[in-house]
Design a protein around this ligand. Structure first.
Ligand SMILES: Cc1cc2nc3c(=O)[nH]c(=O)nc-3n(C[C@H](O)[C@H](O)[C@H](O)COP(=O)(O)OP(=O)(O)OC[C@H]3O[C@@H](n4cnc5c(N)ncnc54)[C@H](O)[C@@H]3O)c2cc1C
Length: 485
């Protein structure tokens, strides 16, 4: 029988955002707190993405919580298993794990003004909650391309985020569709094993050398003993990435970085035709910047064919490119990204009148400070619209939001509020401010189409300023921006 339970706060998801939200909410005094997780383990992205070569592409010292520094990373850019273990350990150490209801998918959450609570239907129980935090993850739902004939492909087809470890690729003829952040990692990992690899690349990517290395035991020992050294490392890496961020806001400054990318390509790919196919025709940073020392070399191997084209159709076991090139294969691996700006949670969270977030957004997600949405009182969206950075760590964004969330909750409790709804004019003014600042950034001016652009062709993803400004802007909760009761 379904139970009904009333709690102070509900968090949807137990990835890095959900875990971080739970820690922040508890620090803000919330004791009655539940995390709803549809899967049977926490970790989100780092639970789901087990493809060969999966690793983070910002240094691990930055891709971690500031409140849980980890001196044990064995690589400068840790791999998936280590990041997953880190999230699991952090959740356990901060008492979050027992708060998670696994195997519990949120189907529908609706604001009820009568009792000033969120009413949440899940695959298990029914909850009511004063506060709702969506930490459902923008990189969660794999994007499966709508390619005619793909559904009838006679071999195996899978997305990189749902890797089929039971399907042996040794000696197989494999087509990879997509050349983004995941493909750049798994292509070099599978290339030595497969008989043939056909890579379908719609757009050439900027790929810089990855300054990755094994972290020696002595260095880990030092970091364990000297937390200040670890703090300094984090600070130095933050500074280096912020310097890159200056270029993203002033694209003319990116020429030198672009030169590094061009030299990297020239040094690793000698064939002029292949090199030309791999040369991007837009400014570095316009799409997510990729790092790899092994991607270009893998593409020069004799068992690899690069098709510099999108896949137009699939006929039996033959993939047909928009340029007419073909590939006969046994397996198709989709490295085609995620439903980022059209994330499924947008269709599951409803205002008092029954309109969903998606209905409000009409293809262009929008939230005040990337966090609160008018008409959705007492709700917070983590890693929400307008907060994406092309150069920094998602943890930087998350922690800026967690400071805001904690401030909001403290104020909410001490002021005795029962509901807080961001004023529509405040949200509109913030949106206008962002949209005014974006055109000069590389994300908008770099001459590419990217996942930063939504269904309407508008950049709803990016934060056009520094992450320092993001931190400052979200450091203090601003009650005057809200209609409260
Ligand atoms: C392969 C990959 C590599 C990445 N590498 C980097 C990197 O190097 N640097 C960087 O800054 N960013 C990176 N990102 C982006 C981002 O940092 C990660 O996606 C990060 O895990 C986001 O954390 P999250 O908790 O917000 O979402 P997720 O990790 O996606 O977690 C969301 C959780 O919510 C659950 N959930 C979703 N819907 C529901 C529902 N309706 N009911 C219940 N539970 C639900 C999911 O099962 C999941 O556990 C990467 C993303 C991917 C996909």
């Amino acid at each position: 029988m379904r139970e009904s339970r009333d709690v102070e706060a509900l968090v949807i998801g137990s990835g890095m955002s959900g875990i971080g939200a739970a820690v922040a909410l508890r620090r803000a005094g919330v004791r009655d707190l539940v995390l709803l997780e549809k899967a049977d383990d926490l970790g989100g992205t780092w639970r789901d993405n087990t493809y060969p070569g999966c690793a983070c592409d910002v240094p691990s010292a930055l891709y971690s919580y500031s409140f849980a520094p980890n001196p044990e990373w064995t690589r400068a850019f840790a791999g998936q298993a280590e990041i997953r273990a880190y999230l699991r350990d952090t959740a356990a150490a901060h008492g979050v794990t027992p708060l998670v209801r696994f195997g519990t998918e949120v189907i529908r959450a609706r604001w009820s003004p009568g009792d000033a609570r969120w009413h949440v239907e899940t695959t298990r129980d029914h909850y009511t909650a004063r506060l709702l935090v969506s930490a459902a993850g923008p990189w969660h739902e794999p994007r499966i391309p709508d390619i005619p004939g793909l559904a009838d492909f006679p071999g195996e087809v899978f997305h990189s985020a749902r890797w089929r470890h039971d399907h042996d690729l040794a000696g197989a003829r494999v087509a990879v569709v997509g050349s983004g952040a995941s493909a750049v990692q798994f292509v070099p990992a599978i290339q030595p094993r497969v008989a043939r690899l056909h890579l379908f690349q719609r757009t050439a990517q900027w790929v810089l050398p990855k300054p990755d290395h094994h972290v020696p035991r002595a260095e880990r020992w030092l970091l364990r003993r000297l937390p200040a050294a670890q703090h300094a490392l984090r600070g130095a890496e933050y500074g280096a990435l912020e310097a890159l961020g200056v270029g993203f806001r002033h694209p003319a400054l990116l020429r030198a970085v672009q030169k590094v990318g061009a030299l990297h390509l020239a040094a690793t790919v000698k064939d002029p035709r292949l090199r030309s196919s791999l040369t991007p025709d837009y400014t570095l940073g316009c799409k997510r910047l990729l790092l790899s020392n092994t991607y270009y070399p893998a593409l020069t191997r004799p068992n690899v064919t690069l098709h510099a084209t999108a896949v137009k159709a699939v006929d039996g076991n033959r993939l047909i490119g928009a340029d007419g090139s073909t590939a006969d294969v046994d397996t198709v691996v989709l490295g085609t990204g995620f439903h980022i700006l059209d994330m499924p949670i947008g269709r599951r969270v409803f205002d008092a009148d029954g309109a969903s977030l998606d209905d409000h957004w009409k293809g262009s997600p929008d939230a005040y400070l990337g966090t609160t949405v008018s008409g959705f009182p007492n709700a917070f969206v983590l890693l929400g619209p307008h907060l994406g950075t092309g150069h920094s760590s998602a943890f930087m964004v998350l922690e800026a939001q967690l400071a805001y969330l904690a401030g909001a909750v403290r104020h909410f409790r001490s002021a005795g509020w029962t509901s807080m709804d961001v004023r529509p004019e405040v949200q509109a003014a913030f949106r206008a401010e962002v949209r005014q600042a974006l055109p000069s950034t590389v994300y908008n001016a770099g001459g590419c189409a990217s996942y930063y652009l939504d269904a309407n062709g508008v950049n709803s993803f990016s934060w056009p300023w520094s992450t320092g400004r993001m931190r400052r802007r979200l450091a203090r909760f601003d009650p005057e921006a809200y209609q409260a009761r």
